[in-house]
Design a binder for this molecule. Structure first.
Ligand code: SAM
Length: 283
């Protein structure tokens, strides 16, 4: 057990600093004060951190700590903390450790008996979730899906039965492929694309995954979070895509035309014919 109070302890503290995800006004007074107070800022990208500190009128020693050198940088941070220096860590945007570096630093600091204090602030996943209109009671944060289609689809198959609202991060150059995989595997669930959060072009697109397939990709620029409805009772009652296709093939094998097989499957499963038609022709 490790029980540490952040403010009533003489132990060194590593501060985890959230940074704006687009809007400089999201820097809180507390973030500002901690940044002024510390001696060293460890950062995912020293240029990005330098720019932010410059805008805030703060001058500090900035040390690089990114996914490829985090283990070595952690040692340096721990040494400084043990020598009595105050240290903060920031990633490029949002909360450190959330699809960003920082976790190794936190774990190593804890192993070296250093306290951790997280400063509250912007996080794209939570900003998107609370405005999505979907269930916020229980949610599952997945972050980025794999770039490779087969791996991405396998990840989604593993998520299919989760009842919690699902949250994904995505980059604009992969959004169309990801939206297609989401629809192919999860079906037409309600969803929300939260784009350019906190920025001038902030936009929420609320609808369902099937509708999202017809979105003009040119209009999906910038940074995005995709929030998707979890598996509801209604959805779980739906047979899986492969079972529907098998059912149609069975009817065909019995001598029915594809058109009749689709009609029959639609009657049997009480699902719209056009839905079964598009699903069948996708496979
Ligand atoms: N650590 C960050 C956080 O706390 O949100 C996330 C960093 S991750 C490398 C970057 C991803 O976060 C982007 O690809 C996008 O999915 C999401 N993101 C970051 N800023 C965003 C914004 N302003 N609007 C929408 N999504 C954003």
């Amino acid at each position: 057990m490790n029980r540490n109070s952040s403010f009533k302890s003489n132990k060194p503290i590593l501060y985890l600093i959230p940074t704006p995800i687009g809007n400089l006004e999201d820097v809180s007074t507390r973030t500002l004060n901690v940044l002024k107070e510390v001696d060293y800022v460890f950062a995912e990208d020293t240029r990005v951190a330098g720019k932010l500190l410059n805008l805030l009128g703060i001058k500090k020693h900035i040390v690089s700590c990114h996914e490829h050198n985090e283990k070595i940088a952690s040692k340096e941070a721990i040494k400084l903390l043990k020598e009595g220096y105050k240290v903060a860590y920031m990633s490029d945007a949002g909360m450190p450790c959330i699809s960003d570096p920082g976790s190794i630093l936190v774990k190593d600091c804890l192993l070296s008996d250093i306290n951790i204090s997280s400063i509250s602030g912007p996080n794209a996943a939570l900003n998107a979730l609370i405005a999505s209109g979907l269930d916020t009671e229980h949610f599952y944060f997945h972050g980025f899906l794999d770039a490779k289609e087969s791996v991405r689809k396998e990840e989604l198959r593993n998520l299919y039965k989760r009842k919690e609202t699902l949250i994904f991060y995505e980059a604009p150059h992969r959004i169309d492929k990801t939206l297609k995989s989401l629809f192919d595997i999860l079906g037409s669930r309600r969803a929300c694309i939260a784009r350019e959060l906190t920025k001038i072009h902030e936009e929420y697109i609320r609808g369902n995954l099937e509708e999202f397939l017809s979105l003009d990709k040119e209009s999906l620029k910038g940074e995005m979070v995709i929030v998707v409805e979890g598996n509801s009772e209604e959805i779980s009652k739906m047979p899986e895509e492969k079972d529907i296709v098998n059912l149609i093939r069975n009817f065909e094998n019995m001598g029915m035309s594809t058109k009749d097989a689709i009609k029959k499957a639609s009657e049997l499963l009480n699902l719209p014919k056009n839905k079964i038609y598009s699903l069948y022709h996708r496979n």
